[in-house]
Ligand binder design. Sequence first.
Ligand code: ADP
Ligand code: 5GP
Length: 199
Amino acid sequence: MSQGRIIIISGPSGVGKGTVLRQVMAHNPLLQFSVSATTRPIRPGEIDGVHYHFVDKSRFEEMLKNNELLEHAVYADNYYGTPEKAVDDALIKGISVVLEIDVQGALQIMERRPDAISIFIAPPSLTELRRRLKGRGDTAEQIMQERLRVAPHECEIAQKYQYTVVNNDLQQAVAEVEAILTAEACRSQYRKLQYKEEN
Ligand code: ADP
Ligand code: 5GP
């Protein structure tokens, strides 16, 4: 059995990462979502342990001290990090794990796990990004402004990712992410062919 792969998905807040991923994962039950730890407040509709592990700052710092995190970052004044054990438990079983993380965390994973697949989801324009973020309506104005402020810098880092998918038409973006995952699964180095002589 082949090992699973780490799949990094990044992109500015509001670009549609969650929307694209929900569809890709619904079509592919063998993918597992990595549940990050964060110190940011829970949003309406989010479930602790499903969308994030919502923890306080001292618990997050304890996780850091105990080396429990594969990567971590401070984003818009809150800590975010990927618990390492859950990722490795899945990979060893042949299950691929999706990490929806910011660019700082993605660069750490590219360094530590060079066989990770990295996909940047880009907006068609900053105007459309602002419209989507506003339309989601779950983020306070000041936080939204901070997220929009960092978006151009995040998009510059797209060059470091193996793939960039522009989320203009949703169905096309979903199809492109699926095409990338299909092509990656066909890479010869991940195909363990074992033939027995037939009598
Ligand atoms: P993210 O996870 O990147 O923060 P979301 O998935 O929450 O973003 O999407 C932000 C908003 O944009 C949501 O209201 C979503 O329905 C909308 N959205 C996502 N993709 C598209 C698209 N291709 N076209 C128009 N609206 C979109
Ligand atoms: P949000 O607060 O909108 O859920 O996420 C804000 C940003 O943090 C997004 O870019 C999201 O991808 C990123 N993020 C979520 N979990 C993690 C994580 O575990 N590590 C890092 N580095 N970023 C994360």
